[in-house]
Design a protein around this ligand. Structure first.
Ligand SMILES: [Zn+2]
Ligand SMILES: [Zn+2]
Length: 154
């Protein structure tokens, strides 16, 4: 069994998943850039049912995404690390920050988006790449690729 545990920088917030994510993707948009302080954010997307445990107090920051729906970021008020976010466009799912996991050796980033906004050194060269926001074809391709790579969730 892979280690799907993680938490914030100071350890006040901890979580564990009980199944592989639906997909893992990089996003080069301006929000992810500002949020991470780097070129891209990496989302580990899981179904609500795949979250076994989430402990510790978080604060939230809400932002309206390009879709017009809100994205609610949860971060640790002690150390400031963003651990999880909720995309109102996909209410049954949650996204976790890849870097919050204790072990990233099992991860495969098979898709990326907003590559047109990436820094020159940012793009990862994924087959499933979008210059802008995600679309249904991109999501479908990513779910398939992730299943094959991680033996993934249904
Ligand atoms: Zn913390
Ligand atoms: Zn983004």
């Amino acid at each position: 069994m892979e280690n799907y545990k993680g938490g914030c920088l100071c350890g006040s917030v901890r979580f564990e998943l009980n199944e592989p994510p639906i997909w893992i993707s990089a996003c080069h948009c301006g929000t992810c850039r500002k949020r991470t302080g780097s070129d891209y954010g990496v989302s580990v997307v899981v179904d609500q049912s795949g979250v076994k445990e989430f402990t510790g107090r978080t604060k939230t920051h809400t932002r309206t995404g390009d879709s017009g729906k809100d994205v609610i970021y949860e971060f640790c008020p002690e150390c400031g690390a963003t651990v999880r976010w909720h995309i109102m466009l996909a209410p049954g799912r949650q996204a976790f920050a890849a870097g919050a996991f204790d072990d990233m050796s099992w991860m495969a980033i098979l898709g990326e988006m907003y590559t047109a906004e990436a820094a020159p050194w940012g793009p990862l060269g994924c087959d499933a790449a979008r210059p802008g926001p995600p679309d249904d074809d991109w999501r479908a391709a990513l779910i398939e690729k992730t299943k094959m790579a991680l033996g993934g969730a249904p």
